[in-house]
Structures are given as C-alpha cells and as structure tokens.
Design a protein around this ligand. Structure first.
Ligand code: C2E
Ligand code: CA
Ligand code: CA
Length: 237
C-alpha cells in the first residue's frame, strides 16, 4: 500500500493497493507478473484478491481510527468476467464499508480499447457510490468527450509529467490541472520524489500527491508503523 497525501496538509487521505509477488524470498514487481497473469488468464482472480485484501485492510484501518480510502487497479478482464459491481458491493457489505472509500483506477489506454462495455460498468460502479480514477493520465489517448461522459472523479497525472517538472517546465501539469478543474475533477500527481516537485505541484494547485517523497509502497504492518510515527507536516503549500 502506498499513501496518497493531501497537498495542502500532507496528511494521508488514501492508499493505493499495489500487487507484489514473493517467490523464493524475492519480491517480483508487477510489470513482470501482471502481463503473465493476463496471458495465463489469472488476472481476474488476482484482481479479486486485491479487492478483497483492500477491503479487509480498510476495515482494520478504520477500526484503528484511520478513516482513509483505498484505490485498487483493475484490468480489462475484471470488466468482462462476471459482475464487478455485485462483487464490489458484497465485499463492501462484508467489511462494513461505505462505497466512497473504495476507489477504482483504470488507465486511459484500457478505456480507449473497450470504451462501450467499460462505460457501462464504470457508470454502474459510480452509481453504487465508488470513485473512479483515470490512471496514467496524459500517456494514452483520451478524447475530451470521453472525459466528459465517463463518471470520473479524479485524474492521476502520470509520473512522466512530474519527473521533469522545473520552474520553466510546468506547462503540461498546469494545463492538465486547469482542464480537470473545468471538468469538476480532482487531481493526484504520481511519482513525487523531490521537495522541488512538491513545491511546484502545490503552486500548480494539485489536490493530492503520491510518491517516494512521502512513502514507498509497503505491507500493511509497515503502513501502520508509518501512520503512527509520521511527524506532522514539515512543509505545506
Ligand atoms: P500504477 O498504477 O501507475 O502505480 C504506480 C507505480 O509507480 C507503482 O509501481 C509505484 O510503486 C510507483 N511509484 C510510486 N511513487 C513513485 C515514485 O516516487 N517514484 C517512482 N520511480 N515510482 C513510484 P508498481 O507498484 O511497480 O506498479 C506498476 C504498475 O503495475 C502499476 O502502475 C499498475 O499499472 C500495475 N499494477 C500494480 N498492482 C496492480 C493490480 O493489483 N492490478 C492491476 N491490474 N495492475 C496492477
Ligand atoms: Ca494506479
Ligand atoms: Ca499511474
């Protein structure tokens, strides 16, 4: 789980569930096993496990007094296999969670591939009260009409726009934030690694940030320690 913090206060707002596979004592990164799971037809099951794990973790965190939300990445198979809405609803009930604490991340490129069928499921999830994040924004192809028609809540600005940020190179992030504002969407910047990037993103009015500057992804037990030990914000917008 990797924390997502409020840009203004640096307080945790949410976490993103990121899959890891431990094989013979070695952690394998998702870019290695996700394509294999997709090819082997196992990605639907992996996605279900991630949803279950996210809901169980949220229930424990809420019980400990951390009322945060959690984003889960979903892949195309989860939209075509079974009923994602019903699955999510039963998990929320089982773990006594309100739908607004579960955020679903879909990538731009995924939506571009199967717009019509995904649109139906995304509307259903949104009607249930879940929040939808458009992931890796800026790297794929998003028509403006799609951005307007899909029931999106948040744009996640891809790390490739955050890494090169400098005083003289803010135009892309500025443009994305302005567009998101006009569409009534919130903005999360991904891959924030330096204080310089943090300060520029604050000036650019990004709502939330995620990146190694705040924390790397970690298992639940470490997240709990991070939450307990985290000093109050050292810098603010
Ligand atoms: P993503 O959804 O864009 O996740 C963000 C990735 O950026 C994560 O890589 C995270 O560890 C990394 N990251 C976060 N902050 C920083 C930073 O400050 N600097 C750098 N250099 N990297 C940062 P990770 O965990 O390796 O995941 C890679 C991708 O694998 C994810 O990209 C997502 O597309 C996919 N993935 C991960 N978990 C799942 C899953 O459960 N289901 C599906 N379908 N895809 C998943
Ligand atoms: Ca993501
Ligand atoms: Ca991303």
């Amino acid at each position: 789980f990797q924390p997502i913090v409020d840009a203004q206060t640096q307080q945790i707002q949410s976490i993103e569930a990121l899959a890891r596979w431990r094989l013979d004592g070695v952690w394998i990164a998702p870019y290695e096993f996700i394509p294999i799971a997709e090819e082997a037809g196992l990605i639907g099951e992996l996605g279900q496990q991630m949803l279950k794990h996210a809901c169980a973790t949220l229930q424990r965190l809420h019980g400990l007094g951390w009322p945060i939300s959690c984003s889960v990445n979903v892949s195309i198979r989860q939209f075509s296999d079974g009923d994602l809405g019903a699955e999510v609803l039963s998990l929320l009930r089982l773990h006594q969670l309100t739908p607004d604490v579960l955020h679903i991340e879909v990538t731009e490129s995924l939506i571009a591939q199967r717009e019509v069928e995904l649109s139906r499921t995304l509307h259903r999830l949104s009607e249930l009260g879940l929040r939808l994040h458009l992931d890796d924004f800026g790297t794929g192809y998003s028509s403006l009409s799609r951005l307007q028609q899909l029931p999106l809540h948040t744009l996640k600005i891809d790390r490739s726009f955050v890494t090169p940020l400098s005083e003289g190179n803010t135009v892309m992030v500025h443009t994305i934030v302005e567009m998101a504002r006009s569409l009534g969407l919130q903005v999360i910047a991904e891959g924030v690694e330096t204080l310089g990037q943090y300060e520029l993103l604050c000036q650019l009015n990004v709502d939330f940030m995620q990146g190694y500057l705040f924390a790397k992804p970690m298992p639940e037990a470490e997240l709990l320690v991070w939450l307990e030990q985290r000093p109050l914000a050292q810098a603010s917008c």
